[in-house]
Design a protein around this ligand. Structure first.
Ligand code: MTE
Ligand code: CO
Length: 424
């Protein structure tokens, strides 16, 4: 069997079956093939008795062997767990959907416990009829389903001045990607009645929690694709993600995705609240600050191998895997470099990129057992190419926190272990 693109090169499939037959390559499987493997030749306990009944777990959790696939925080970053952040274990997940149970959380004043019965959403300000909706009211409007990523503006924020956190979970784990069900904000605003020009108008959105997390959003975006969401991945939102209702602001920084959504006020200007002035504002290299940065630029990360996901096999076939996303639309291409950006290969997208949603990429390749400086580079439908750290620093300096979308480097060593490094 030969590879159609290169007749002289044996195909990957031929290589794998050949290896099993000769016991020559793929150290682990060839060793097992030489002596009888009790896992094949002996009857195992799980095959000689009964397993658990169907009612062992009315709502299932992952099997105990996956107990390390959990949210984690960085101790020195979070003084307490109320006003805090934890990180999605992106290194250990595959595909694109983030299970709610391990999706990062960011609360400014803790996650609140509300019932659907107590829930109210008010729309007021420059509308014809101010309205208050109950949860039951929201359920009577036509609803939609959409998969979107939510990335905190501070994701990768600790890496500006140098390589710091050892793991994709910590450098890039302030992101999740879920299928949301909800009512377009447009539908509710139209119910309240908008008259006059859209241009120049804003909505101010806030939550029921003590922080309220108030943010101003141009009315144009509110009428475009914002969703008043009550389900994620097919089930009710979890408490920590805003139960019973959160705002989804596709492609825009996570801080605008107000949880426990309480009020939407139509205004003739932005409020310039704390969350959009002293926080979530970008410091530039020349010492000035950029006022608004809402859209999350294209970004990508290799999730495996990575510091928390070392290579556990010898040289030969390997899969390099990662995630890419853009707030400007769909990912069209991801390139992977093994030599710190000197040469690039185009990775395989698991599915065509979807707008403002995570895209999974794979590079099915060979490892020679040597050092690698692994990088990935995302390109989105606007043609934008994810910048290097040096390119980003030219504009943004090193004294920033938010919106760091630079190319990440993992140094993979001959032991298979990986560490967070910078290349110049
Ligand atoms: N909404 C409210 N009401 N209170 C908050 O503290 N945190 C914001 C945003 N919405 C926040 C909020 C921030 S900074 C982010 S990144 C996202 O919610 C995080 O959403 P998650 O906790 O579902 O991951
Ligand atoms: Co945030």
């Amino acid at each position: 069997m030969t590879d159609s693109s290169n007749p002289t090169k044996p195909s990957r499939r031929a290589f794998l079956s050949g290896a099993a037959a000769t016991g020559a390559a793929l150290a682990a499987s060839s060793a097992a093939a030489q002596s009888p493997d009790p896992l094949i030749t002996e009857v195992q306990p799980w095959a000689s008795g009964l397993g658990d009944g169907v009612d062992a777990a009315p709502y299932g959790l992952p099997i105990r062997h996956e107990a390390d696939v959990i949210r984690r925080n960085v101790e020195w970053l979070t003084a307490d767990t109320i006003s805090s952040i934890n990180f999605t274990p992106i290194h250990a997940l595959d595909g694109t959907i983030t299970p709610q149970g391990c999706a990062f959380e960011r609360h400014h004043s803790g996650a609140i416990d509300m019932t659907k019965g107590d829930y109210r959403l008010m729309i007021n300000g420059l509308v014809d009829r101010p309205l208050i909706f109950t949860f039951a009211d929201l359920e009577r409007f036509p609803r939609e389903n959409h998969v979107y990523f939510c990335e905190c503006a501070a994701n990768t924020g600790m890496e500006w001045a140098g390589a710091q956190l050892n793991g994709a979970q910590f450098t890039h784990g302030m992101i999740h990607n879920m299928e949301y069900t909800g009512v377009p904000l447009r539908t509710l605003l139209n119910e309240a009645g908008l008259s006059g020009d859209v241009a120049g108008k804003w909505v101010y959105v806030e939550g029921h929690d003590a922080s309220s997390n108030g943010r101003s959003i141009p009315l144009e975006k509110a009428l475009d694709d914002c969703l008043v969401a009550f389900s994620a991945n097919g089930e009710a939102l979890r408490k920590e993600h805003g139960y019973p209702v959160r705002l989804v602001v596709p492609g825009w920084e996570g801080n605008m995705w107000v949880k426990w959504l309480r009020r939407v006020e139509v205004m003739d200007g932005p409020v310039e609240s704390r969350e959009e002035t002293s926080k979530y504002t970008d410091t530039l290299a020349d010492g000035t600050s950029r006022k608004w940065t809402w859209v999350m630029d294209a970004k990508s990360i290799i999730t495996s191998p990575s510091p928390q996901m070392p290579i556990k096999h010898g040289p030969g076939p390997m899969v390099i895997s990662g995630l890419a996303w853009s707030g400007h639309g769909a990912i069209t291409r991801v390139d992977v470099s093994k030599d710190g950006g000197k040469t690039w290969q185009t990775a395989r997208l698991a599915k065509p990129g979807e707008k403002m949603a995570l895209t999974r990429f794979y590079l099915d390749t060979e490892w020679d057992g040597g050092d690698m400086l692994l990088q990935s580079r995302a390109i989105d439908e606007t043609g934008y190419v994810q910048p290097t750290k040096a390119q980003l620093r030219e504009i943004r300096g090193e004294n920033s926190i938010y919106h760091n979308n630079c190319i990440q480097t993992w140094h993979v060593m001959p032991t298979g272990e990986a560490e967070n490094v910078e290349v110049s």
